[in-house]
Design a binder for this molecule. Structure first.
Ligand SMILES: O=C(O)C1CCN(c2ccc(-c3cc(CO)ccc3Cl)cn2)CC1
Length: 320
């Protein structure tokens, strides 16, 4: 038994924040942001949480596939900004679309989340002839420190997903997941304090809020160019398009050069969304299909590659 993608969808909040909008609240400007990241604007929630974005994606996928919610056997949500520790965001989605036959699981792998979740889901479908939703969503705007211009300008909010169904022929040809935990401190977000009557805390009273995102950009940048290039260059001959996590346009420049592949094969939409963390590859895939650059069932070979906090990274080779 294999798995194949039968539907894709994506959703971003209506509210668009341009680089010029940011220069009104931060000591930054369009020229710096665009030249260093490739970002022109991003979609920022005006109140929707991660589950709300994921529910929009789930509903779009049911509409487009003609499936009923009860046809879905599992829902996996990848996010580094879940609504709660509990319930899982996947459970909130399951309840909202009334997918009564679906079990629900959240996956936490930062910006690699969609690739990690798709790999897990493919194993589930292949092993048990089931149908599942894999949705990646992040409201990064609630995680970033809006007084830190080095990170606040980079991120955006969004969600994207696929429906996987069992299939006789193989479509997900290979997937590899990686982690490098000793670099865990390069990208941290959402630490919750340990508070209880027995904690020998110092005088400062630990407030209950989550810590804001902090990132060692330089470390991550060099980690990505080195490790991602090394693990994807062996696929080169057979790839029509590369769908890399949209963290920074310079990454696409450097990785394409490092593996000797045409830059045009590296799809890009960071200018419109910024870095939507786990959702970025899912949004890129859906847009490429909706724009007819990619077509399900065409036999086109694409490589999804995501990388980020953890540090994690992962690659999936798919024949559409
Ligand atoms: O040019 C400059 O001064 C700055 C230098 C630092 N920059 C960075 C650095 C790292 C990332 C990044 C983030 C993630 C997390 O999703 C994953 C992968 C990467 Cl490579 C994005 N931007 C922005 C421009």
């Amino acid at each position: 038994q294999f798995a194949k993608i039968i539907a894709t969808a994506s959703y971003t909040p209506d509210n668009v924040v341009t680089n010029d909008d940011l220069s009104q609240i931060l000591d930054t400007n369009d020229e710096w942001i665009y030249s260093r990241t490739g970002i022109k604007e991003r979609h920022i929630s005006t109140g929707q949480d991660t589950s709300d974005l994921c529910i929009e994606v789930a509903k779009k996928m049911l509409d487009e596939s003609g499936l009923d919610a009860n046809d879905i056997d599992f829902i996996i949500v990848a996010s580094m900004t879940p609504d709660y520790q509990s319930p899982s965001t996947a459970c909130i989605v399951q309840g909202a679309i009334e997918a009564k036959n679906a079990w629900a699981l959240d996956v936490s792998a930062a910006c690699s989340g969609f690739v990690y979740a798709l790999t897990v889901a493919e194993k589930m479908v292949g092993a048990s002839n089931k149908r599942g939703m894999v949705i990646a969503g992040d409201v990064m705007s609630k995680a970033v420190d809006w007084s830190d211009r080095s990170t606040a300008v980079l991120f955006g909010d969004g969600a994207g997903g696929v429906i996987l169904e069992s299939s006789q022929e193989q479509h997900i040809l290979s997937s590899n997941l990686y982690a490098q935990g000793e670099k865990a401190n390069c990208l941290q977000s959402g630490k919750s304090p340990v508070t209880n009557p027995w904690v020998k805390s110092d005088s400062s009273s630990k407030e209950n809020s989550l810590e804001k995102l902090s990132m060692d950009g330089r470390q991550i940048f060099s980690f990505v160019v080195g490790n991602v290039s090394k693990t994807i260059k062996d696929y080169s001959e057979q790839i029509d398009y590369y769908l890399l996590h949209q963290a920074n346009a310079r990454i696409l420049d450097q990785v394409s050069k490092k593996i000797g592949q045409p830059r045009e094969k590296f799809l890009q939409n960071i200018e419109k969304y910024g870095n939507t963390s786990s959702a970025s590859v899912a949004i890129l895939l859906d847009e490429a299909i909706k724009n007819e650059i990619l077509t399900l069932g065409s036999g086109q070979q694409i490589l999804l590659s995501a990388f980020g906090g953890g540090l994690t990274w992962g690659n999936i080779l798919i024949k559409l």
